[in-house]
Design a protein around this ligand. Structure first.
Ligand code: NAP
Length: 251
């Protein structure tokens, strides 16, 4: 059964990692996909992903758009609406980490993380809620992190941005529930992507593994499946929630 047949889904930061897996999972379930990336170097990967998405028989197009830039998001969503007619699902996935102990963390690093991780969620959500409210349906899924719940040394900016996403998600759920627009967050634990590449080997990795009841890092596909659940009607009575996809790291 395809859970999103004919629906239109936006995924930010989908040229690689979790975003790529989310886009593939939603397309496999019949959603047309509009996705973004930001680095020039990711353009060939984005073009290749368009082809892989189209192989599921759906429409797919990528845009190079900085999720942290309000005007760029405004322009991106306007083009998506022109091309695809509506937006049913918005996955705010784009994110970065600039890990540094607070003593060494610069104001510029703080601002960059806040813009890309938190302001991006405001930028995109602000654009997609109008068509969703008009259609009286919609699902917004925001990629938070387990670090936004428990914090971590060296990740104060990242943790603050991801905790901010949770507060934002719950508030939007309160505001838009009456219009049947749902807003939830996912809190991944350690997922194997470029972002966590440096954690995979050595003593640090062993330390992390010991804290994860399932005893392994998660895959981007596993976050994709959780996103599909929250994007589709399988979760029609769920809003304002944070779904941890972390192998039990949070228990
Ligand atoms: P990743 O492999 O580093 O990929 C990040 C993606 O975001 C890339 O496609 C990148 O685009 C895009 N991006 C970065 N800045 C952007 C911007 N300003 N505008 C638009 N796109 C931008 O990261 P990931 O591990 O897949 O992480 C995806 C999300 O999950 C992030 O929000 C991250 O915080 C969250 N998360 C990850 C983990 C984990 O263990 N991996 C755990 C918890 C939460 P380019 O390819 O163009 O650079």
């Amino acid at each position: 059964m395809r859970l999103l047949d004919g629906k239109v889904a936006i995924v930010t930061g989908a040229a690689r990692g979790i975003g790529e897996a989310v886009a593939l999972k939603l397309a496999e379930h019949g959603a047309h996909i509009a996705f973004t990336y930001v680095s020039e170097g990711s353009a060939p990967k984005a073009a290749a992903l368009e082809d892989r998405l189209k192989a599921f028989g759906v429409g797919a197009r990528s845009w190079r758009a900085d999720a942290g830039d309000f005007t760029a998001c405004e322009g991106f969503v306007a083009e998506v609406l022109k091309e695809f007619g509506t937006v049913d699902v918005c996955v705010n996935n784009a994110g970065i980490s600039k890990d540094n102990l607070l003593l060494r963390l610069s104001s510029e690093q703080w601002d960059e993380v806040m813009d890309v991780n938190l302001k991006s969620v405001f930028n995109m959500t602000k654009q997609v809620i109008r068509p969703m409210m008009k259609a009286r349906r919609g699902s917004i899924v925001n990629m938070s992190s387990i670090i936004g719940i428990r914090g971590n040394a060296g990740q104060s900016s990242y943790a603050a941005s991801k905790a901010g996403i949770i507060g934002f998600t719950k508030s939007v759920a309160h505001e838009l529930g009456s219009r049947n627009v749902r807003c939830n967050a996912i809190a991944p634990g350690f997922i194997e992507t470029d972002m966590t590449h440096y954690l995979k080997d050595g003593e640090a990795a062993k330390g992390f593994m010991e804290k994860i009841p399932l005893g392994r890092f998660g895959s981007a596909e596993e976050v994709g499946s959780a996103t599909l659940f929250l994007a589709s009607d399988l979760s029609s009575y769920i809003t304002g929630q944070v779904l941890s996809v972390c192998g039990g790291l949070n228990i």
